[in-house]
Design a protein. Structure first.
Length: 370
């Protein structure tokens, strides 16, 4: 396929409510949107690197640099033979998974449109809709948290994830468990603890949680093995799982029993599928994580979550949970059974609303082939 151009958009979008995690508060979410054009078609991708390096070392500006100076020139250097061709061309470039994943997503969208296939079909997905939950940021008080949880339960979310950090863990999580005894509930620490905090997690063992997500540091598989051995609750790794190889090693070592898959974190949808396959072979359940995506990244997450190993609800909430104005249509709505419909159209199956995209754009640049 002959490619003509790649366009980059650095976006800032106001969240409906600030999203607080153990690494900081986000009110205006940044990302880089990519538009790849060729043979009369356009493919869109979303790079989930944000404003500051809290979740990972990447930021929208570091991703912009990697895309502009390395990944896009490599892509535009020759006609595209397929996704694997692109992956091979950039394989010698180290790191920056979110940057490469954003561009790869645009190629999947473009490839799907060229082949007349949906991303779900291209990835080998099966289901027409996927079970979802909601991820709730740290709240200012326990009463505020209870009210927020009630609001999401009332709007139909059948699984809730609570963010925790040291000093804001046992008390609020216990309160939610007490108020919602039957609610499928899990927590996410975003790497904020050390093994010295094992007492906190042992106490959580009594709260009937689905899982405890990423309690310890990203580069600390060994202490996760130790912590998992002390708990009956399953650990789930997010930040630590950067490739299919690490996923295999984490499961083999017993560092976790569940894996959160995010295409951005692992360098793209192809690697995400490879992680899914590793986990499926090992009998470990996976679910699709989220990075507060726009409709573009949300469509990609939904397609990924149709693969058969995604047996747990994803952090893929309805569009209205995030932004007053999204940049893609149609908006994703929550069904009464806490599922979301997966787009049927070719590629990602969404249309970008160019006026909304423009309103959110901080800077924009076009790179052309040859
Ligand atoms: O750790 O899963 C996480 C958002 C930003 C960065 C990291 C995480 C999250 C979420 C939000 O939990 C999930 C969503 O997109 O709704
Ligand atoms: Mg997480």
């Amino acid at each position: 396929m002959q490619l003509d151009s790649v366009e980059l958009f650095h976006l800032s979008m106001r969240l409906k409510a600030p999203f607080e995690t153990s690494f900081g508060v986000e009110q205006d979410r940044e990302c880089v949107i990519l538009k790849v054009q060729g043979e009369g078609l356009a493919g869109w991708g979303e790079c989930v690197a944000g404003q500051f390096p809290g979740y990972s070392y990447e930021t929208a500006p570091t991703a912009w640099h990697m895309l502009k100076d390395f990944y896009i020139p490599a892509l535009l250097a020759a006609p595209l033979q397929g996704i694997q061709d692109f992956r091979e061309r950039i394989a010698h470039l180290r790191g920056h998974p979110m940057a490469r994943a954003g561009l790869e997503m645009a190629l999947w969208d473009l490839w799907g449109k060229a082949q007349g296939k949906s991303l779900k079909e291209l990835l080998g997905g099966e289901r027409p809709r996927v079970p979802v939950g909601v991820s709730i940021g740290l709240q200012d008080s326990t009463p505020a948290l209870l009210q927020t949880v009630q609001g999401y339960v009332d709007s139909g979310y059948a699984r809730v994830k609570l963010k925790i950090k040291p000093g804001r863990d046992l008390e609020p999580v216990r309160a939610v468990r007490q108020a919602f005894p039957e609610l499928p509930l899990q927590v996410d620490a975003n790497s904020a603890y050390t093994l010295a905090d094992n007492g906190t997690f042992r106490a959580m063992d009594d709260l009937d949680l689905l899982m405890i997500e990423q309690p310890l540091a990203e580069d600390d598989l060994l202490d996760h093995v130790r912590l998992q051995a002390e708990l009956t609750t399953a650990l789930c790794l997010d930040e630590s799982i950067l490739s299919a190889r690490i996923a295999r090693q984490a499961l083999e070592a017993g560092a976790c029993r569940i894996i959160n898959i995010k295409a951005g974190r692992v360098g793209g949808l192809a690697e995400a599928v490879a992680i899914h396959d590793v986990c499926r072979a090992a009998g470990a359940p996976v679910w699709c994580g989220g990075m507060l995506e726009t409709g573009i990244g949300r469509a990609s997450n939904l397609a990924l979550a149709t693969l058969p190993g995604f047996t747990l609800p994803g952090d893929i909430s309805a569009s209205e949970r995030y932004y007053a104005e999204d940049i893609a249509e149609p908006l994703f709505k929550l069904n009464p059974d806490s599922t979301i419909q997966v787009p049927e159209g070719t590629g990602l199956g969404v249309e970008v609303v160019e006026a909304a995209l423009q309103r959110a754009t901080l800077r924009r640049e076009v790179m052309r082939a040859g």
